[in-house]
Design a protein around this ligand. Sequence first.
Ligand code: CA
Length: 237
Amino acid sequence: MKRILLVEDEPTIRTAVRDALRSQGHDVDDTIDGAEGLRRARQGGYDLIVLDLMLPGLDGLEVCRALRRDGNRTPIIVLTARGGEDDRVRGLQVGADDYVAKPFSVRELLARVAAQLRRGEWGAAASGPARLEAGDVTVDLGRLEARRGSEAVEALTPREVEILRYLALHRGRIVSRAEFLTAVWGYPAGAAIETRTVENTIVKLRHKVERDPRRPALVLTVHGAGWKLGEGVRCDA
Ligand code: CA
């Protein structure tokens, strides 16, 4: 059983999602209001937050941004309006882990919830370093921040940080796309998923943290096999 916070003002969706999550054995707290959702999320103790974006009071993007600014790493799935491409992108930019576009099937949402909960379990168990350094690049994994020399770079997403942490925890070996999809994205092991999401995430990560993204020092590509942590990377516990 997991504790899930549901923030959704639309009564039919709220009821359907709450009942479906409870039918999976989860303990669900729900509220219709963004500010109240933020208050409860800050009290902590949740394994996952399902967050609508269009809410009375404080909207979902603000709630998400505020939590990540606090350093709260609880997985967040945002519910976006149909065709709200911008909302999806903005949701991920402010630190959401996944999104589900309305109208969605309960089954689809439950699959995303299960994926995030598995990922959360791994994240909670993760120890690993707090900082990585390569040359003049420093990454603060806890704060989702990086610097190149004296210059701060665009904030990292929780997923980008988890890629770095996972590579650091498994230093010296190659991590495949399938392993990342299971360990960091939370997909079931062995699921045949055709996706370039790992590659795309690593490209974005390199543009943030690498001095020269074409000749990376932190996350190295091993052609045909996966990725590994650069040999010159220093890890601080
Ligand atoms: Ca709404």
